[in-house]
Ligand binder design. Structure first.
Ligand SMILES: [Zn+2]
Length: 429
């Protein structure tokens, strides 16, 4: 069956199964899967993975269940070493096609950030309450709606007895919020396909690119003394201000010279500063931390941030040369986290397939944009060398926010779009 018959069949199946599709998502939200201490000391993902595992088995698929292994992951140099993965398994289900079609990975993370101050929420963060067409709860937007949709779209196609040529690989990963080691572990285990979709909240927009980012902690030194004889000491806060100004000049220069069709200009954000002990003491140290965001067009040959890093280090070094104290007492610069950017062409068949599935269901042109923050897409693009897009239900503005929600309409719409996307990509048998 093709064309309008298929359109109607899938739309009717989503409609008919509406309550079931929503209640599965509710169960997933009720399962507490918060990471602990940014995923470093642990996480509760197993609570959600149990539901996923039972569903996969119900669908006749024996899942691959495995915890990320730090020894295997450290060699990728992604800077998230040493997280505790006890009882935090990834779950992967492989649905073999009949052969000859393109394969597709559907990836989503099951972990959420902590809900924070409970009293700030007007609903129970783990209650999965429905009000006015919105399903509220921690992770509803980021990204249990996308994760549930991935699994239930496959199940819906099964129920419709739709057979595919290409393989479908469903991945429910842990510790995305902690830096992406769950997806990295799937890649390390050998899971590959002709393309991947990560159903992070994009508001049903298609993201074929995201920015890269680097965090630095920069410590500037001075010479401490009573403030009444300030001229005999060296004020580390004032020296830090000189370097911060130099970095702002670099950001200005970037913004004036770098352009991207889908993404905003690169930025440098100084987001934390600490120095000194008292107003009457000339401070002998000042540390500031920054996060910079850079464009995929500024990535090095491996897709990483070495060229951007060179720019930053040279800027600091040059400014230090112009100051006798800083040149004799250079700051300590520590890079403590980074994530590479990614980009595929808007004309790539994967982007085009997603766009046509979207238009087919909504009768509207697809919206193709860039993603500001990073996500696991970089691992698929830069480590597995696979085409990937970020494309999911729910609004990114809801992610990590109080009273997080997903509209039921966008969740169901995404399942419908995804069914078409899968059929188009993997091909009917
Ligand atoms: Zn997410």
């Amino acid at each position: 069956m093709k064309g309008q018959g298929m359109d109607k069949l899938i739309a009717a199946a989503v409609d008919l199964n509406r309550d079931y599709l929503v209640s599965f998502l509710q169960e997933l939200i009720k399962a507490d899967t918060q990471v602990i201490n940014h995923g470093i000391t642990g996480g509760n993902e197993a609570n959600g993975q149990h539901l996923i595992i039972s569903k996969l088995r119900e669908m006749g698929c024996e899942p691959d269940i495995f915890e990320p292994d730090n020894r295997l992951l450290s060699r990728y140099g992604q800077g998230n070493d040493g997280h505790n993965y006890t009882n935090r398994p990834n779950v992967v289900g492989v649905f073999r096609g009949s052969g000859g079609g393109r394969s597709l990975i559907l990836n989503g993370h099951v972990d959420t950030m902590p809900f924070g101050d409970r009293s700030a929420w007007s609903v129970d963060p783990l209650g999965a309450v429905i009000q006015d067409g919105k399903l509220y709860g921690l992770g509803s937007s980021d990204m249990k709606a996308g994760l549930a949709a991935n699994l239930l779209a496959i199940e819906l196609l099964q129920k419709l007895r739709i057979k595919l040529k290409g393989d479908l690989i469903f991945e429910s990963v842990v510790d995305e919020e902690g830096g992406g080691n769950g997806t990295l572990a799937c890649i390390d285990r050998g899971y590959r396909a002709d393309a991947a979709i990560i159903s992070e909240p994009t508001g049903l927009k298609i993201f074929p690119a995201h920015m890269g980012f680097i965090f630095y902690a920069i410590t500037v030194y001075g010479k401490s003394l009573h403030s009444s004889a300030k001229w005999l000491g060296v004020n580390a806060i004032e020296k830090a201000m000189i370097l911060i100004q130099a970095l702002q000049d670099l950001e200005h220069n970037w913004l004036m010279t770098k352009r991207h069709a889908l993404l905003p200009g690169p930025t440098i954000n100084v987001g934390e500063i600490k120095g000194g002990t008292a107003g009457s003491t000339v401070p002998d140290s000042c540390q500031f931390k920054l996060c910079l965001h850079y464009l995929p067009t500024d990535a090095d040959e491996e897709g990483g941030g070495s060229l951007v890093e060179k720019d930053v280090l040279e800027t600091i070094h040059r400014r230090c040369q112009g100051d006798p104290w800083l040149s004799a007492n250079p700051p300590t610069i520590v890079k403590y986290q980074e994530g590479s950017p990614f980009e595929i062409s808007v004309n790539h068949p994967l982007v085009q397939a997603a766009a046509s599935a979207y238009s087919r269901v909504t009768k509207e042109p697809a919206r193709i944009e860039g993603m500001l923050a990073g996500c696991d897409a970089r691992h698929f693009a830069n480590i597995a060398g696979m085409p990937v897009i970020v494309f999911g239900p729910a609004d990114a503005a809801q992610a990590h926010s109080v009273d997080e929600f997903v509209t039921i309409a966008s969740y169901l719409k995404y399942i419908e779009v995804l069914c078409h996307m899968i059929i188009d990509w993997c091909e009917l048998d």
